[in-house]
Write a protein that binds this ligand. Structure first.
Ligand code: GDL
Length: 697
């Protein structure tokens, strides 16, 4: 299909492009939909699929006809779509409770579609996503399979409605991950492909419900089974599954080579209408782009290069246009942004006139600067988009912030080390602080933007990120010895924002790997670790691990000549440690780590002539050692062992625990610093490469 064909309307079998309002939760208002049609027309998109999951009469009460008032509203809406050259496709989701074999049910469907046709609608859709796959006994008798039942009803309704140009069908297996055993062997999809009438098009979300990438090969595979190119229902910007996320990144990871392989593409975006500016604008840019593999004459001319889709460029284009939206008031007669007024008003020295004819307040030389005069910038919007980018990817600044925080946390030992690392730590901490400040400034300027509708849609998210960034910032300050120690950030009687995420957050934190995959780091390991109390038979294994960890280069490397640590004597184990003072961890290959504590550190210190001093011994009377083999890359077993031992030390009345780590042992340093509770402590006369860390209990 050529690009001009693609740009054609979604009817008359042109390329369908636009938006599906297909998410769960509060549907958009009629005004927002009318605004959507305006935007679609302006940006060259041609279709809108009406499928709000929680609209009463779309799904739950699908049989009910519309009241006179609703009819009027829908008629106006359908007309608005037509006036903007947008094809209004009306969808019904009857799959929850329809009995396919009951003619009355089929009649109810037809009646409903007929009613909507009276409102001026010409295009229709039947959706069978997110429903039970089990048929009721009556249907089991009438149909071979669920696919047969759905196809029969879709074909009948399609014909009854006079075979409209656009009639979309959403299968129950609408993405590759739902297919058993896979796409090419899915009996369900084969039946749909073979039996569904050719005039009916099929919706498909890609490899997954929310597809990270959609490849040309995957579309070729499914098209072969469906016997037609699908219409992509793209959930890349959908956010109805997570109340803390919104997606303001560009349409991405769908090569434009897909365009000629598809019947169309509809994005099912964020529930919040206004922030979808980026999602829809960048999709429109994508739809206008040239497929990457389209043959080009010898060398690509510059203007052709512009037609290639670049997510980054598309994003900048969208944000630049969106910025204007933010700066325009959406309140009829409402306050206009001083920045916008300043722009219009060439002579800013003159007192500005408001609509009421009063002189606007202009601060004098020694007075407070006018807070509201700070205009929102394109950089603010770029930052905003970076912080709320895409489901599988943070934006560049967000990634930098995470990396920097991670580094600062893992190298906090450098603060006390007084080496060249200390300077690096301080400079990176300052840079991190600057990034946090930019988020706060962005928040302030956004909250002052004259367009309140966009702000209100974004408000919870920007508030949330501002607090999250605030916590991280305070934590870094405390690591650097500025501000309150981090223990006080989460003190004994925190405000409710100290335990974020409510009950759901608590459940997640209790699950392995926090019940969540980290977008920033590697996904959690699937290895199962068993932590159990030490028993006398473990002695040899524990000593083997101790020795192995003294030889960083592997078994053949010579034992390093290095000063002993207090904890080394713990390993002599003349008297076996009591079970509540020692634990070991095992994976499927055997023992892979241990943690031991000595309630009284003093004898171990005396043994290697370490002068601990009265204050250190008072604050940290106990001693801890931990070793975990390098094959354990997941820090959680070490963390669990330490928490177990520290809580039993605490119960036995110890005020604190100290441990020693060699500077060269970066892994152990990382383990301890990640725990958050261990801080470097000063012990005079400590060998140069040894660092003492203490945790109060
Ligand atoms: C889905 C639902 C959709 C929802 C989306 C994201 C389809 C076909 N159906 O599975 O309504 O908004 O996930 O949660 O995508």
């Amino acid at each position: 299909m050529s690009k001009s064909e693609a740009a054609k309307g979604g009817n008359a079998r042109g390329f369908i492009s636009g938006v599906v309002e297909g998410f769960y939760g509060r549907p958009w208002t009629m005004e927002q939909r009318a605004e959507l049609f305006k935007r679609e027309q302006k940006w060259g998109l041609n279709s809108y699929l009406y499928a709000p999951k929680d609209d009463y009469k779309h799904r739950m009460y699908w049989r009910d006809l519309y009241s006179a008032e609703e009819a009027e509203q829908l008629t106006t809406l359908i007309l608005a779509a037509r006036n903007h050259n947008v094809e209004f496709i009306y969808a019904i989701s009857p799959g929850w409770d329809i009995t396919f074999s009951n003619p009355k049910e089929v009649a109810a469907l037809k009646r409903k579609f007929e009613q909507v046709r009276e409102f001026g609608c010409r295009s229709f859709s039947l959706l069978f996503d997110d429903i039970e796959r089990e048929m009721c006994p009556a249907d089991k008798q009438a149909f071979d399979t669920f696919a047969h039942a759905q196809v029969a009803i879709a074909n009948e309704v399609f014909q009854h409605m006079g075979q409209p140009d656009v009639f979309l069908f959403c299968p129950t297996d609408y993405c590759a991950s739902f297919c058993t055993p896979n796409v090419s062997q899915s009996a369900y999809l084969h039946t749909v492909g073979e039996k569904l009438l050719q005039g009916i098009d099929i919706l498909w979300t890609g490899p997954k419900v929310v597809s990270h990438k959609i490849s040309v090969e995957s579309i070729e595979e499914v098209s072969a089974v469906l016997k037609r190119p699908p219409v992509i229902w793209d959930n890349i910007h959908a956010n109805d599954y997570d109340p803390q996320r919104i997606f303001l990144g560009p349409f991405k990871d769908r090569p434009t080579d897909l365009i000629p392989k598809l019947r169309g593409i509809l994005t099912n975006p964020n529930c919040e209408f206004y922030p979808n500016f980026v999602a829809i604008h960048t999709l429109a840019t994508w739809c206008k782009a040239t497929p990457e593999e389209e043959p080009s004459d010898v060398e690509m001319r510059e203007e052709d290069q512009d037609l290639c889709y670049s997510p980054q460029k598309a994003l900048t284009l969208a944000l630049t246009e969106w910025l204007q939206d933010f700066l325009n008031t959406d309140q009829p007669g409402g306050p206009q942004h001083p920045a916008a007024r300043l722009k219009k008003d060439a002579s800013v020295d003159e007192p500005m006139q408001t609509d009421l004819g009063e002189a606007a307040y202009v601060p004098g030389p020694n007075e407070n600067p006018l807070y509201t005069a700070e205009p929102l910038t394109l950089d603010d919007l770029k930052l905003l988009s970076d912080l709320f980018y895409l489901p599988y990817e943070h934006g560049a600044t967000a990634q930098t912030m995470l990396q920097e925080l991670d580094w600062l946390k893992n190298h906090s030992w450098a603060v006390a080390a007084q080496t060249e690392k200390t300077a690096e730590w301080c400079s990176r901490a300052q840079h991190f602080d600057g990034l946090c400040e930019a988020v706060v400034q962005m928040f302030n300027r956004l909250s002052n933007a004259p367009n309140r509708s966009i702000l209100y849609d974004l408000y919870n998210y920007i508030c949330d990120i501002k607090s999250g960034v605030g916590l991280a910032r305070a934590y870094v300050k405390s690591l650097g010895g500025q501000g309150r120690p981090s223990a006080h950030v989460m003190n004994d009687d925190p405000e409710p924002w100290g335990f974020r995420g409510g009950l759901s957050g608590e459940f997640q934190r209790m699950l392995p790997g926090h019940g969540n995959r980290d977008l920033f780091k590697h996904p959690p390991m699937t290895t199962v670790y068993c932590i159990r109390p030490y028993c006398p038979e473990d002695k040899d294994e524990v000593q083997r691990i101790f020795r192995e960890m003294q030889r960083p280069g592997g078994d053949k490397a010579p034992l390093m000549m290095q000063p002993p640590l207090m904890s080394d004597s713990l390993l002599e184990l003349d008297a076996p440690p009591s079970p509540h003072c020692a634990v070991v961890v095992e994976d499927e290959m055997g023992m892979c780590g241990y943690a031991l504590v000595l309630p009284e550190a003093k004898p171990a210190a005396v043994k290697i002539q370490r002068e601990l001093g009265a204050t250190v011994l008072k604050d940290y009377p106990s001693l801890l050692t931990l070793q975990v083999l390098p094959r354990v890359t997941d820090p959680s077993p070490a963390k669990r062992m330490i928490s177990q031992l520290l809580s039993s030390l605490k119960n036995s009345g110890s005020a604190g625990v100290l441990c020693e780590v060699r500077h060269s042992d970066r892994r152990m340093l990382e383990f301890y610093t990640k725990l958050g509770s261990f801080k470097p402590i000063k012990i005079p006369g400590l060998p140069q490469d040894v660092l003492a860390l203490g945790a109060s209990l």
